[in-house]
Design a protein around this ligand. Structure first.
Ligand code: FES
Length: 118
């Protein structure tokens, strides 16, 4: 599956640049994620049972790409050491006080995904 060209990913409406075109709203394989690079930043995109979920593609434990992980029961599971992150909040669910992953708001419109960075 092709990733959108970062150079060809205009911000929605050409305004502040906070909402970014993350490419076609095509779900990854069931249970899997997809890496999308927009304007030089990598995101991990998942289509879960409750809708789209987008993370910064950088696990807060040791930097693994979360896009290489799996999702199950509303959580993304990092491929390197198995930490789990809530798809809505990014909270780590394997222990108290552990760092959260960064979740971004996303919406589908016109067959494309739009990520809000703000
Ligand atoms: S790098 Fe993600 S759990 Fe270790």
């Amino acid at each position: 599956m092709p990733e959108p060209d970062p150079a060809g990913s205009p911000a929605a409406g050409g305004d502040s640049g906070r909402e970014l075109d993350a490419g076609p709203a095509v779900p990854p394989e069931p249970g899997r994620g997809r890496r999308v690079v927009v304007e030089g930043t990598a995101y991990a995109v998942f289509r879960t049972e409750s809708g789209w979920a987008v993370f910064e593609d950088n696990c807060p434990h040791a930097g693994a790409p979360l896009s290489e992980g799996m999702w199950k029961d509303g959580h993304v599971i990092c491929a390197w050491h198995g930490w789990k992150f809530d798809c809505r909040t990014g909270a780590c669910s394997i222990g108290r006080g552990l760092p959260s992953a960064k979740v971004l708001a996303v919406r589908e419109d016109g067959g494309r995904l739009w990520i809000s960075r703000g």
